[in-house]
Write a protein that binds this ligand. Structure first.
Ligand code: SAM
Length: 248
């Protein structure tokens, strides 16, 4: 899979992408990441990528011509799905990430200022994505969020493929709590079942905790999740234990 990012700050993308899971994915060639700077496609001495908005008002707007040329360069040897990062887009979800992870080429457009000329959106953009209901000063961090989320889903990127399968949202639920050594910390013991070596009991406990967490933190997710009879029974049992423990 190739991801090409159109950005006025390509170094920002390249620098952040060097680290952790994403950095390893790039090093191993499991993901290809390219950046293109629209400023390299300007035709005036000031290399201007933005201009004042028609109708007046504050801020600047990214001009359509440098963006169009940058996009042509991005698609020169492979067509790609064009995604604009914008707070006005559909909210990014794990299921959308999973669908996008199957694409062979994604072209991510990062805006700055007040955003891009609307005619660029109308002419070239296939999809608009937001990372949440708040406004950042540029599309680079949202693009990196998307890229990181995609990298985790590429086969061979995570040491153990089950990590992604068990993550929050992958099956519609939140993940269960996790513990590591020491077995006791400030008087708090790790749940005994995790030390038992009984793998069936551990699986059952993890599922019940994922259900319980989702129930009290994100009931909206639970409403949409498809639960088996066994899940419902586990959840009822977990809620009972939780209440008895005086959590609520
Ligand atoms: N005037 C725009 C609006 O109110 O919709 C906001 C422009 S914002 C200052 C500059 C750019 O940052 C956006 O065009 C977009 O590329 C990016 N951006 C900011 N917040 C974002 C978010 N929540 N999700 C995705 N991209 C975002």
């Amino acid at each position: 899979m190739r991801i090409t990012v159109l950005s006025l700050f390509p170094e920002l993308i390249a620098t952040v992408a060097r680290f952790g899971v994403l950095g390893r994915a790039l090093d191993r060639g499991l993901l290809e990441l390219a950046t293109i700077n629209p400023r390299d496609f300007t035709d005036d001495p000031y290399r201007s990528v933005d201009d004042r908005p028609f109708g007046g008002g504050p801020g600047m707007v990214m001009r359509v011509e440098p963006l169009e040329r940058a996009l042509e360069a991005a698609r020169a040897d492979r067509p790609g799905r064009v995604i604009l990062l914008t707070p006005q887009g559909q909210r990014l979800t794990q299921s959308r990430l999973a669908a996008l992870a199957k694409a062979s080429h994604l072209i991510l457009v990062c805006a700055r200022y007040e955003g891009v000329d609307e005619r660029f959106v109308e002419t070239f953009v296939d999809e608009e994505l937001s990372i949440g209901d708040y406004v950042l000063s540029g599309g680079e961090l949202p693009a990196l969020v998307l890229i990181d989320g995609l990298a985790r889903l590429r086969e061979g990127v995570l040491g153990d493929a089950r990590s992604a399968e068990e993550d929050s949202f992958s099956d519609g639920l939140l993940d269960c709590p996790h513990y590591t050594r020491p077995a006791e910390y400030r008087g708090r013991r790790v749940p005994e079942v995790l030390l038992s070596g009984d793998h069936a009991a551990i699986r059952r406990w993890r599922r019940s905790q994922a259900l319980l967490r989702t129930w009290y933190r994100r009931p909206d997710l639970l409403m949409r999740a498809s639960l088996s009879e066994q899940d419902r029974a586990l959840l009822a049992e977990a809620i009972e234990a939780w209440r008895l423990a005086g959590k609520r």
